[in-house]
Design a protein around this ligand. Structure first.
Ligand SMILES: [Zn+2]
Length: 440
């Protein structure tokens, strides 16, 4: 039992800020918020960190496999479009990943997330030369650092039938292992989705295998769709239908489905995605970086969430870019809408972690919390949280991060071995560069 004393509870969406109050946490759950809780729970340990406490942030689409891509020092041929960039850069990167590099990537990605107040990451993993068992190795990062995750493997046809089958098998194996762990009385911090790269690299045979995997495991599909126009055009050219119609006919659009990007989905597809109650993950910085265009329909989705698509885990920055890009493109939504998308990540988590509640600092919710060291020069109130998030706050203000009632970062000191993780990352990155030069 622990009591966090005298903090202001901050909710980014709907925006609210409390008077100084206490938070009582029993094990992994918040049991009460209110005044004088230390007196009510005299045996509890006590903390008075000051500042603001918000629900932990959720990154709803990430690729920890590219955590070591920053500062990439490998000769990459220039690309004229996104398809060429996949071949020249991203598929050379993922083919160069082996067990050691995947381990170092997962640790580096998770450590970065923890420092940013991110308590859960939905990851989309690919390592075609190391498929079987890769999700266990990736998971080591989540477990070592102590963040939650929803993991999957990006099944794809681009390495032949055996590669596609191995990808689907890895998803099912991992989901079954999580189920077995829970059945044995465990409370795993990670969950499983069924992953696939993108419709243009998934033929109907693999699509059927993915549908079977979703139904046998009770999980949802996590896939990129229409990140570039090529994917949408290919679907209509090769399969004679829109991407989402193809997914829906395969039984793959449902309340646990996570669609990444979706820039070139049509109005009728948006409607279908909403009818099926599926999620769309918006990745504004990545879209800008890859020069694929702008998702001008993002405000029309019932369940839009925010991801970084591999560009770290700074979710306030991601929300900010989403907002600024939207305004720059002539859109009328305010920062508040993008904080709503950030908040929706909690709904996604609730659909994957049975029986758990996420995203509020209230009794009954998981104690997944971010502690903010923020002393604003203008009043911070419920009505102007979005303005502070857009123009004042930064994830660098996160002093402490708690997941399931346990601090994983406290007063800016990671409670995992961050130095060892960074050192391992640097040495594995040297190997990654070397291997990328070899796999042309
Ligand atoms: Zn992605």
């Amino acid at each position: 039992m622990q009591v966090i004393e005298n903090v202001r509870i901050l909710h980014f969406h709907p925006g609210s800020v409390s008077e100084p109050t206490d938070i009582a946490i029993d094990g992994r759950i918040i049991v009460e918020t209110g005044k004088a809780l230390a007196a009510k729970y005299p045996d509890a340990s006590r903390e008075s960190p000051g500042g603001y406490v918000s629900p932990g942030l959720v990154c709803s689409h990430n690729h920890f496999y590219s955590a070591l891509a920053r500062g990439l020092s490998v000769a990459i041929a220039p690309s004229k479009d996104f398809a060429q960039q996949l071949v020249n850069l991203w598929w050379r990167l993922d083919r160069a990943l082996d067990e050691g590099i995947v381990r170092a990537s997962g640790l580096a990605g998770a450590a970065d997330a923890a420092a940013m107040g991110v308590t859960a990451v939905v990851d989309h993993h690919a390592s075609p030369e190391f498929i079987g068992g890769s999700l266990d190795v990736l998971r080591e990062g989540f477990d070592t650092v102590g963040i939650r995750g929803v993991l999957c493997y990006e099944a794809t046809d681009r390495n032949g039938r055996s590669g596609a089958d191995a990808g689907v098998r890895e998803n099912v194996r991992f989901a079954d292992a999580v189920d077995a762990e829970r059945k044995a009385g465990g409370d795993p911090m990670v969950e499983a989705a069924i992953g696939a790269h993108a419709p243009f690299t998934v033929d109907d045979r693999t699509m059927a295998a993915l549908a079977a995997a979703c139904s046998s495991t009770g999980r949802g599909l996590h896939i990129h769709v229409a990140e570039d126009k090529f994917d949408a055009v290919d679907s209509r050219y090769r399969f004679g239908k829109d991407i989402c119609v193809r997914l829906d006919e395969a039984g793959l659009l449902g309340p646990r489905t996570i669609l990444g990007h979706g820039l070139f989905l049509t109005a009728s597809e948006v409607e279908l995605v909403n009818e099926r109650d599926s999620f769309i993950a918006h990745n504004a910085r990545s879209n800008m970086n890859n020069f694929v265009g702008y998702n001008d329909k993002i405000g029309q989705y019932r369940n839009a969430v925010l991801g970084t698509d591999g560009i770290g885990s700074d979710m306030l920055e991601e929300a900010n870019f989403a907002f600024f890009k939207h305004h720059d493109a002539g859109g009328a939504m305010w920062m508040d809408s993008f904080l709503g998308m950030l908040q929706n990540g909690n709904r996604l988590l609730e659909r994957y972690f049975p029986g758990k509640r996420f995203g509020r600092v209230e009794a009954g919710y998981e104690a997944d919390l971010a502690f903010w060291d923020y002393d604003p020069p203008t009043p911070l109130e419920g009505g102007n949280v979005a303005g502070h998030a857009a123009f004042g706050m930064s994830s660098r203000m996160v002093a402490s991060t708690m997941v399931g009632g346990k601090f994983i970062v406290k007063n800016r000191k990671p409670l995992f071995d961050a130095r060892a993780i960074a050192a391992m990352g640097r040495s594995e990155t040297r190997r990654l560069w070397q291997r990328m030069e070899e796999v042309r």
